[in-house]
Design a binder for this molecule. Sequence first.
Ligand SMILES: [Zn+2]
Length: 279
Amino acid sequence: MLSRMRHNIHTVFRSRIAMLTMLAYTAVLIACGVNIYKDSDDVNLGAQLDKEIRANPKEYPIMQGRPEVKSYVGGIVQKVLASPDVQKRAIYPYVVEIIQDDKTINAFCTPGGYIYVYTGLMKFLDNEASLAGVLGHEIAHAERRHATKRITAAHGAQILLGEVLGKNPSTVAQIAGNLFTNLGFLKNSRDDEMEADNYSMQYLRSTDYYPGSIKYFFEKIGAAGGSSSSSLTTLFLTHPPSEDRANNVQAKMAEWKVPSPAESQLFTKSYQAFKKKLP
Ligand SMILES: [Zn+2]
């Protein structure tokens, strides 16, 4: 009896130690913004998600038979990627795909740079510069590795301690597989959103586009009445909005002394013509 009790106390004590160690690890991982994954993990994870998305045309109906639409958006992506502040263009694939869904005003990017743009977003926006601003924001999520940082914060300690999936070091795919439910794990925090906005502005500085173009997107969301429509709810799933974000863009433009844009930085006319041809 006594020995069994001792054994139990011992087990409880040991699991307490493990728990405390895990909590300590977690605190350190979050505080330091650590990412326990390698860039190649981000790429593999992105490729896996891309495969899952392509295998689910009901939820993600990828546009077929209109290569000019994809190449138009891809051309904007390439302009943004040419920014000297983009660091992973040689190691992340950075490919774009169009999802034919007018009801969803959204775009998202997996780790490793698989970018998806909904026709709903393209039709919602008024000029090419706004789309460039949103694409810059998506690229920043990949560049800054927001998703794998979040996975590290949520599960990193368990993974490091080998408590989740044994001692198998290549667990990123399995973890991600468990997390991949309706893009839930691509939901970004407020800080990540703000950081992605800041990088978008920085990337656009080296392009022909007005650097603060993402603000037109925020203004339109505001004008559309917040979260009342279902398409905007979907947008909020992966990119929670905040009033601060619009103010942040204004402040940055003032700080950089960027004057109000001319049409030559917005590309409104050519974009409207492009939109008319969208299926
Ligand atoms: Zn975002």
